[in-house]
Design a protein around this ligand. Structure first.
Ligand code: ZN
Length: 242
């Protein structure tokens, strides 16, 4: 059991495996937790439909219920629609671009999310943001890098004239390690909750339940999730995970 920090955290919570694990991590670590989600014109609303059941399910698993506060949803789709479409927000094929990035890349998306989250956190007296950004299998997204997060934390702290911490527990964990973290935080019940109730598939498929959860089985998000699950199942449990 990690010592609880006497501060409130705002978790960037999309309803996916990573942000679901981050929510459990924050509930385990912080005194009080709120959540924020963004509608940015996702191709499928499935992920957002998974948010509330997953949030409710996670908080019921442990004695976490008293720590969980408000959920906030921000609609930033109109602004992103003006900036341009990507495979994440429009019905076009998911391919690699000339820049070596998947066509799902929304330029600066995490920077926008963190700025909105920090503004809300400021208003609500919250001093930590928790996000599932990950450098290990980050598909090349430059706004997931640890250096980007460090720079963003500095910029937000200066711009708000208030200390704000960006806590990224998955930064150096691959998908298998993320499953192991979930197991350490909430046991098999949390793993099963995330497997069945979280959503990662870019194509929004929830009609087929695989070993690793629902999805189409062939988009990049399903590929990452499936291979991570397999490696998690193939490796013995570790006790030093937290
Ligand atoms: Zn998929």
């Amino acid at each position: 059991m990690t010592p609880t920090l006497p501060i409130t955290a705002l978790v960037l919570f999309s309803g996916g495996q990573d942000s679901g694990t981050c929510l459990a991590y924050a509930l385990d670590r912080y005194d009080r937790v709120e959540t924020i989600g963004f509608f940015y014109g996702q191709r499928h609303a499935v992920e957002l439909e998974c948010r509330v059941p997953l949030r409710d399910g996670i908080v019921r698993l442990r004695s976490w219920r008293g720590q969980l506060g408000a959920d906030h949803m921000l609609d930033i789709a109109p602004a992103l629609a003006v900036i341009g479409t990507t495979a994440m927000t429009a019905d076009i094929a998911i391919t690699m671009t000339e820049a070596g990035l998947p066509s799902t890349f929304v330029p600066g998306r995490n920077l926008l999310f963190l700025t909105y989250a920090a503004a809300l956190a400021y208003r609500r007296g919250i001093s930590a943001l928790v996000g599932g950004m990950c450098e290990t299998d980050y598909s090349g997204y430059p706004d997931c890098r640890s250096d980007t997060m460090a720079a963003m934390q500095l910029a937000l702290g200066l711009g708000l004239d208030r200390s704000i911490m960006i806590d990224t527990p998955l930064m150096y964990r691959d998908k298998a390690a993320t499953w192991r973290l979930a197991e350490a935080l909430g046991g098999g019940d949390l793993v099963e909750m995330l497997r069945v109730k979280s959503h990662s598939c870019y194509k929004g498929v929830r009609s087929v339940l695989h070993d690793w959860g629902y999805g189409c089985g062939d988009c990049p998000a399903c590929g990452l999730r499936a291979s991570g699950w397999q490696r998690y199942r193939d490796t013995p449990p570790r006790m030093d995970i937290l």
